[in-house]
Write a protein that binds this ligand. Structure first.
Ligand SMILES: [Zn+2]
Length: 361
């Protein structure tokens, strides 16, 4: 049994760092353990121009401690305002400002997603341009509202997208580079196992969808810290996900979807969507890979497959994880004294939850 593992410093293919004081509190946490990340554009206002992406990148880099190298890859939000010319400009990296992806959220889905198209298929000009130049499309693959504006069952949202929208999208734009983000259902996993291809159709996996199923989410009342979209699903879905990552497929990579919220929003009666996992994500991935006997697949999943899709080099630095129990007991606190609780913490988690791997200091 391995007691430690040393891998190239990981890359997070899906990270929310927010803005302002929250950004300054959470960015150093990811930067300490990851060499870089694809930064999500669902800020307020959303990132729709290369100029906004450049300013946002500057804000992220300013929050990275001086001694650390952290490469934020910036993305644009697929809103109705997003212009094909802006995508082209960003992808070309004019004036040293490269944009690496465009993110699509389903209408009405999750935090700050109200600017999206009702259906991704409506964004024809944008998709055509992306296909032409090779700009990756990152998909939050869920259907939330039907044609009559009625809400769909949130547990079916991802499988509806997989059954209907995704095949049509791939058929209409056969050369489009696509990443299906945060897979959560057996149907999505089946689809990706059949159709996934490195550099063309890839997928990301969160630590919380690997670690938990809905028994945890409903353990002793509903667990706000596990409330996210896509919802944490059944034990079967989780097993299916674990079985897939164990295969070490080159088109599957780590995307934490770490998504911090202030305590007041997370623990309100209508708790905000998003799992904040930056303080424990790497450790959770290592724990699951250890449990399924796949530690030999961990480096490709964490550190190689993501950079390869975005066309950047993997890190030249390494990080070592040790098999050693520990627990999160304190929240992250912003400079405005706002508490941000991470998944797995002893107080709001599932109670005395132990993490079995930790990063060597
Ligand atoms: Zn996200």
């Amino acid at each position: 049994m391995a007691e430690s593992i040393t891998i190239k410093k990981p890359f997070d293919s899906h990270l929310h760092v927010r803005q302002g004081a929250m950004l300054r509190a959470v960015t150093p946490i990811s930067a300490a353990k990851f060499a870089g990340a694809l930064i999500m554009p669902n800020t307020e206002p959303p990132i729709e121009t290369v100029e906004q992406a450049a300013a946002y990148k500057k804000e992220v880099l300013a929050a990275v401690p001086g001694e650390i190298t952290f490469e934020p890859l910036m993305s644009l939000y697929l809103t109705k305002n997003l212009k094909p010319s802006e995508i082209e400009k960003g992808f070309a990296g004019e004036n040293g400002m490269k944009v690496f992806a465009v993110k699509s959220y389903p209408y009405g889905a999750t935090t700050n997603s109200q600017w999206g198209y009702r259906s991704i298929l409506e964004a024809q000009d944008v998709l055509k341009k992306m296909e032409e130049i090779g700009m990756p499309l990152l998909l939050h693959g869920e259907v939330h509202l039907n044609d009559h504006d009625e809400e769909e069952d949130p547990y079916d949202a991802e499988r509806m997208f997989i059954a209907d929208v995704l095949p049509r999208l791939l058929e209409t734009y056969p050369k489009l580079k696509v990443s299906l983000e945060h897979m959560s259902s057996a149907e999505a996993i089946d689809f990706m196992e059949k159709n996934g291809e490195a550099g063309k159709l890839v997928t990301t996996v969160t630590p919380h969808h690997l670690m938990y199923d809905r028994r945890h989410a409903f353990s002793g009342g509903y667990r706000a810290l596990l409330h996210c979209k896509p919802l944490i699903k059944t034990a079967h879905d989780r097993e299916r996900l674990r079985y897939m990552v164990k295969k070490g497929l080159p088109f599957v990579s780590a995307g934490t979807d770490s998504a911090p919220h202030p305590e007041a929003k997370k623990f309100s009666s209508c708790c905000a969507f998003g799992v904040f996992n930056a303080p424990v994500a790497l450790e959770m991935y290592a724990q699951v890979f250890d449990e399924i006997g796949a530690l030999d697949k961990l480096e490709a999943f964490l550190s190689l497959n993501g950079p390869q899709f975005f066309g950047v080099e993997p890190s030249t630095e390494t990080i070592t994880l040790l098999k050693k129990d520990w627990q999160v007991t304190e929240p992250v606190v912003t400079e405005e004294d706002i508490k941000v609780w991470s998944v797995g913490d002893a107080k709001h988690g599932l109670g005395n939850e132990m993490l079995h791997w930790q990063v060597q200091q």
